[in-house]
Ligand binder design. Structure first.
Ligand code: ATP
Length: 586
């Protein structure tokens, strides 16, 4: 394809900000691209030369571009720089200067998209001695054959400054319109403010197929090629490739355990929700391992330790697994919040020291492909069983995520406590029979970061009531335990108890329990020997100078008396602090 054709599309796209109009322009253009040109033309259309998951870069900065422009156009760099200051955009400068030059020396060779693409890829490959000279030459070569408007886009593409607004949504819809438009019965409404679709259901079927194909390949070029050459079937069978990241499945959020069960069903799997960062690990037939973040950035180089664990501890010639890498304290072994290891992700040097200073444990929680076979349509339970079979667990290196299959709220509460105590953010709920849905936030996976976890607190003080409550101790000072087993106050609670005995735990009963435990009295206030434990709910935990613990409960209420617990089994300050930290994060 002639490059000028693509440039014409860039120009059209730049003239509108309307998403539908852009989509229409792209759709019409897609129909014209031959199968052979499809891959590189679509990448160029997106303003790139590598797919988004590919970490390679063209590696040309403005300085080098100035130099190349100087050579191509044959004028001094200071002059170009002056123009750059005026225009603020090197692409525009290139267009202007090439225009003036072209009037003198008319060029007749026509650039093709292929030539532009190949030269740009070569740019990315050049390294070592003479890099600057060779890069400058390559760019200059392109610019000398380019028409003014073409040079504008060549420069912008090289500098990564295309910004023509071809987003994911527009691209997906354009592929649907271009290759399935006749099947759907699409009409463009006037002014491009809307499109009319005869049958939404059919439309969605094609749109979903295009989206799913994109979610496993991450390349619209491949999706469009499949759609154009073989239609829907090809899209549905487009395979994921080990080594190329797929979009990760995302989680919905709920606030209550009931809601979580409603969404994923009973029984459900619950897992620790680790506070690390997601790593999608690929192992190819030849043994090569690649690691990608949730945003599909290649972080293989930054995590040689993880590569090693996967190589040594996961059985199988080829696979794709999904995991969370969590940092831990080298001395205590306790999990650390994400911030502590986040610096490893972008690190380009001192990698070995970093992996030694900030070690991570890989918690594998899903498998997407195994021995060349996609696992995404298998049920979660089956995927999990396979994981347990192939991961040779070694704590502090690589383990399978901690899991429980439950149907009861109390079991969730127990596991939640365990999770928070071990330094995690909360729990993930997973539906046992659901597939893995790349790129989707559907209810197959649910995050549950903090429930209004109740606390078991000891009554250490109380206050006589007023008016009709004058005979009762009606407000209670409650405390948690510090590490020395001392009681630290965290608040005062006066709601939750009943005024009538027949309605449940009443003020009267509580007064009866507490009266013999009074140590001292001062005005209305009494000090109580720590013996009675109550379960306390609240809206929130806040920092507070009022209480010795440094924390206070907002809107506390008595839920029940914990007759089964002694005072030294009360909630610890450490636990209250963790709940406080957990609620701050979300
Ligand atoms: P989201 O990923 O839902 O857009 P977010 O970036 O704020 O939101 P979180 O709220 O932390 O992420 O919740 C989802 C993330 O939890 C997952 O992307 C994954 O990285 C992490 N995670 C930790 N433990 C697990 C687990 N056992 N199973 C699945 N994901 C887990």
């Amino acid at each position: 394809m002639e490059y000028s054709k693509l440039v014409d599309v860039y120009e059209q796209l730049n003239k509108t900000t309307k998403r539908l109009e852009k989509t229409h322009i792209i759709a019409e253009f897609l129909k014209e691209i031959s199968i052979d040109d499809m891959e590189h033309v679509i990448l160029l259309l997106e303003g790139r030369i590598f797919p988004n998951y590919d970490a390679r870069e063209i590696g040309v900065a403005s300085r080098l571009m100035l130099k190349s422009l100087g050579i191509a156009i044959g004028i001094g760099i200071d002059k170009i720089e002056k123009e750059w200051k005026k225009q603020g955009d090197l692409g525009l400068v290139a267009e202007l200067l090439v225009k003036t030059k072209k009037q003198a020396t008319l060029h007749s060779t026509k650039l093709t998209t292929k030539k532009v693409f190949e030269n740009l890829r070569k740019l990315a490959e050049i390294e070592g001695e003479g890099t600057v000279e060779r890069k400058t030459q390559l760019i200059a070569e392109l610019l000398t054959s380019a028409k003014p408007v073409e040079s504008k886009y060549i420069v912008k593409t090289i500098l990564g400054e295309m910004r023509i607004g071809v987003g994911e949504g527009a691209m997906r819809d354009a592929i649907v319109w271009a290759f399935f438009g006749n099947k759907i019965g699409i009409k463009y409404a006037r002014e491009m403010n809307d499109i009319e679709v005869e049958d939404r259901e059919v439309y969605n079927k094609y749109a979903d197929a295009v989206q799913s194909a994109y979610d496993v390949t991450n390349e619209f070029a491949l999706v469009a090629k499949a759609a154009k050459s073989k239609g829907l079937d090809a899209l549905e069978n487009i395979g994921m490739k080990v080594g190329i990241p797929i979009q990760v499945m995302l989680a919905l959020k709920v606030d209550t355990i009931e809601e979580a069960f409603e969404t994923v069903g009973k029984p459900a799997a619950i897992e620790f929700k680790y506070d690390g960062f997601r790593i999608q690990a690929h192992k190819g037939e030849k043994g090569g391992i690649r690691l990608f973040t949730r945003r599909l950035e290649d972080v293989t180089k930054q995590f040689p330790d993880v590569v090693e664990y996967i190589k040594k501890h996961v059985k199988g010639k080829s696979f794709i697994i999904d995991s969370e890498a969590v940092g831990y304290d080298k001395k205590t072994g306790r999990y650390l919040p994400f911030q502590n290891i986040s610096q490893r992700i972008k690190r380009k040097y001192d990698i070995d020291r970093m992996s030694n200073d900030f070690p991570v444990e890989v918690n594998v929680f899903d498998i997407i492909n195994f021995e060349g076979k996609s696992m995404i349509n298998e049920e979660f339970e089956k995927r999990r069983k396979l994981l347990e079979k192939i991961v040779k667990q070694e704590p502090k290196k690589i383990v399978v995520s901690k899991i429980k299959i439950v149907s009861e709220k109390k079991d969730v509460e127990k596991f939640f406590k365990e999770a928070v105590n071990a330094g995690n953010e909360g729990l993930m709920f997973k539906s046992l029979n659901s597939p893995y849905k790349p790129g989707a936030r559907v209810g197959y996976m649910i995050k549950f970061k903090h429930m209004m976890e109740t606390l078991d607190l000891v009554i250490v003080g109380a206050e006589w009531g007023e008016g009709k409550r004058a005979r009762w101790l009606s407000s209670y000072t409650v405390a948690c335990l510090d590490e020395n087993d001392d009681f630290l106050e965290v608040g005062k609670v006066s709601t939750g108890l009943k005024e009538k005995e027949e309605e449940g735990l009443s003020f009267m009963e509580m007064t009866r329990l507490l009266k013999p435990l009074i140590i001292s009295e001062k005005g209305k206030e009494v000090k109580i020997k720590p013996k009675i434990i109550i379960e306390v709910g609240y809206e929130e935990i806040q920092k507070s100078p009022t209480y010795e613990s440094g924390l206070a409960l907002r809107f506390p209420r008595v839920i029940s008396q914990r007759i089964d617990k002694g005072p030294h089994e009360a909630s610890t300050l450490d636990y209250v602090k963790k709940l406080y930290a957990g609620q701050k994060k979300s």
